[in-house]
Design a protein around this ligand. Structure first.
Ligand SMILES: Nc1ncnc2c1ncn2[C@@H]1O[C@H](COP(=O)(O)OP(=O)(O)OP(=O)(O)O)[C@@H](O)[C@H]1O
Ligand SMILES: [Mg+2]
Length: 219
């Protein structure tokens, strides 16, 4: 809490931390562990995309369904719609109340997958998502980096049928991984790139180090 000049009490905005990286890189594994650690220190919520609220979970079922045809533009719009609802219903209210939010995928996923992977253009997808989110930008983005072959092997170990996007070929994920690298290089202040080719415990430790300077006043 901060006290304003007129004596009013206003919440300090919570921090938004996003987890990014190609399928199977270990985002959800890290998200759960990191959430448990941060929760010992402050109020923090964990959300995943697409999903997190009723409308967005239904959109999640649509975009992941291997039985459905989905044009790349329709795909980009569905993700953006799911994101808009999540921002309105949960993300913005929580951040405004001072709660930290850990988010398993956000706008960067669309930039990498739909902008680069589907070839719609990173700029166009960025504009679409600015509209969808009202230009919310993460305070910190942890990019888990792992070569696509190892990431695929991890995914295969999960023993659940691949969804529509996971059925894509190696070249698609290589394009998406390269796009993530470019996004991180273009915004080093927001991104921390973590080597995900390590044990879950060590990846968690790298994430903790990356988070350490979030409280510092210069951010
Ligand atoms: N550091 C690690 N080392 C080895 N295996 C891991 C590691 N982290 C996660 N895994 C395993 O790899 C698989 C994929 O992990 P996880 O589901 O967390 O990836 P993800 O990035 O969330 O994937 P998706 O994008 O498909 O949601 C899981 O079976 C998980 O247990
Ligand atoms: Mg996941």
């Amino acid at each position: 809490m901060t006290h304003g000049e007129n004596g009013s009490v206003a919440s300090v905005r919570g921090k938004l931390i996003t987890l990014e990286g190609i399928d199977g890189v270990g985002k959800s594994t890290l998200a759960a562990a990191l959430h448990a650690e941060i929760a010992r220190e402050r109020p923090v919520e964990l959300l995943r995309e697409p999903g997190g609220v009723a409308l967005s979970e239904r959109i999640r079922d649509l975009v992941k369904d291997p039985e459905l045809r989905c044009d790349p533009r329709a795909e980009a719009l569905l993700y953006a719609a799911a994101r808009a609802q999540l921002v309105d219903e949960r993300l913005r209210p929580w951040l405004d109340a001072g709660t930290w939010v850990l988010l398993d995928r956000f706008v960067d996923s669309s930039l990498a997958y739909q902008g680069a992977g589907r070839g719609l253009g990173v700029e166009a997808i960025a504009e679409l998502n600015d509209f969808a989110t009202g230009s919310i930008t993460p305070d910190l983005t942890l990019l888990l980096r792992l070569d696509p072959v190892t990431a695929r092997a991890r995914q295969d170990k999960r023993l659940v049928a691949p969804d529509r996007l996971e059925q894509e070929e190696h070249a698609f994920f290589a394009t998406v991984a390269a796009a993530y690298d470019e996004l991180a290089a273009a915004d080093p202040r927001r991104f921390r790139v973590l080597d995900a080719d390590d044990t879950p415990e060590n990846v968690l430790m790298l994430a903790r180090i990356a988070l350490a300077d979030l409280d510092s006043p210069r951010r």
